[in-house]
Design a protein around this ligand. Structure first.
Ligand code: AMP
Ligand code: GLY
Length: 412
């Protein structure tokens, strides 16, 4: 089967790797891919929905899988479907659940999805007024997409005022900050659950733990994710029942009531508190780096479950009784300013883990960094410790100038 994968991160490398491990033969194409995908199929140089669709029509692509959120929000699914092309991903109306935090919050409130108390503001002055009498910390979120950076946890009223000014007046995230969500701060641990949708029902995977902060011990700035562990060691079967009752089921009912059904992925970003599990956010895609540790444990063939979902069939997901760890190696300076084009050496010395590149590209025979998160090392084992040892052993010979990674992934 000829499959096109849109995206160029570690997540897309993991999707491709899983498809290659499945028993059915696939011919893979990537818009635009990275150093891993180049070895698994053909990287293309395409930009924009129109060019990607023209390629899919011309080359008779039989299935397209979308990695990142932006093309979903921009309507790639509708565009492909109108052209009679098979595609797995949320339609733009549903992708608004990720693309607009105010839309998502209203959806959660309308359909009784358990979430932090929050209010949406279009007016800067009304938002400032709301701060009076609130307890701190308080969370301020730019409503639109901001590359994962538009959420600020404000410890004081002064920080909150400055954040509102930077979002709504200075527009540091452009139009994404015209509207803001101000939300009560929740204390607990986070977990990510990804579900497949067949248009009528949602089929959740096991919970995964993502490491969001740049520094050891969860210190420092938020990143796209510095590592992940599957299954989440903290998320118990009781938490899962709580999630199903208070988040998954009301979400499904809401999607059906609002005719937002789609065939694709939905990601639940959860906060587990002493008062139960709350939904922080929806993403309408696979998580990155959650996918890198989740897919190696999936027993089902990925192509089978995607095709079944596209045909509206029910699926039964099954996961290995093992642990998977993903360690992300980053460019110096990430998540701030980074340099690219730095040579990566030592891949032949990686013996115990799978290398899934993200921000890395070949230039001839030379392997060069091209982004903040450069490479994912992924390993499985019977215990977290066993999988953890493998990725950390392999991080030693893998080198590029200024590379760094967290030392405490999967350390419990
Ligand atoms: P979001 O994009 O809404 O998931 O927010 C990004 C990150 O900010 C989350 O992964 C949490 O670490 C943090 N966060 C968001 N909302 C809250 C909240 N209500 N309470 C505490 N932390 C939060
Ligand atoms: N790791 C969280 C995300 O993919 O948004």
């Amino acid at each position: 089967m000829r499959v096109l994968i849109v995206g160029n991160g570690g997540r897309e490398s993991a999707i491709a790797d899983k498809l290659m491990a499945d028993s059915r033969p696939v011919e893979l194409y990537f818009a635009n891919g990275n150093a891993t995908t180049e070895k698994l199929g053909k990287n293309l140089n395409l930009s924009g929905i129109k060019e990607i669709k023209e390629f899919a029509l011309k080359e008779e692509i039989e299935l397209t899988i979308i990695g990142p959120e932006a093309p979903l929000v921009d309507g790639i699914v509708e565009s492909f479907q109108e052209a009679g092309l098979k595609i797995f991903g949320a339609k733009s109306r549903a992708a608004k659940l990720e693309g607009s935090k105010s839309f998502a919050k209203k959806f959660m409130q309308t359909h009784g999805v358990k979430t932090a108390t929050a209010k949406v503001f279009d007016s800067y002055n009304e938002a400032l007024d709301y701060l009076n009498g609130k307890n701190f910390p308080l969370v301020i979120k730019a409503s639109g997409l901001a590359g994962g950076k538009g959420v600020v946890i404000c410890d004081s009223k002064e920080t909150a005022q400055a954040t509102l000014h930077s979002f709504m007046i200075d527009r540091i995230y452009g139009d994404s900050g015209i509207q803001v969500v101000i939300e009560d701060y929740l204390i607990g641990f986070e977990a990510s659950i990804i579900a497949f949708s067949n248009g009528k029902k949602l089929f959740p995977c096991i919970a995964v733990k993502d490491y969001k902060k740049v520094g050891n011990g969860d210190k420092g700035l938020n990143t796209g994710g510095m590592g992940s562990v599957a299954p989440s060691p903290e998320f118990t079967p009781e938490h899962f029942q709580d999630f199903e009752k208070n988040i998954l089921t009301p979400t499904l009912n809401g999607l059906n009531e609002e005719h937002l059904g789609f065939t694709g992925f939905i990601f639940f970003g959860l906060m587990v508190t002493k008062d139960g599990t709350y939904l922080l956010e929806y993403n309408m895609r696979l998580g990155d780096p959650e996918t890198q540790s989740l897919l190696p444990l999936l027993n089902n063939e990925l192509l089978d479950v995607i095709e079944d979902c596209l045909e509206g069939k029910d699926i039964k997901l099954s996961f290995k009784d093992e642990k998977a760890v993903c360690l992300v190696m980053c460019s110096g300076g990430y998540p701030g300013t980074i340099q690219t084009g730095i040579e990566i050496t030592g891949i032949e010395k990686v013996k115990h883990s799978k290398i899934l590149f993200a921000g890395a590209q070949y230039s001839g025979d030379r392997l060069l960094t091209s982004g903040g998160r450069v490479v994912n090392l992924v390993a499985t084992g019977n215990t977290y410790e066993e999988a953890r040892e493998k990725v950390y052993k392999d991080a030693i010979p893998l080198n590029f100038d200024y590379a760094f990674y967290r030392e405490d992934i999967a350390q419990f």
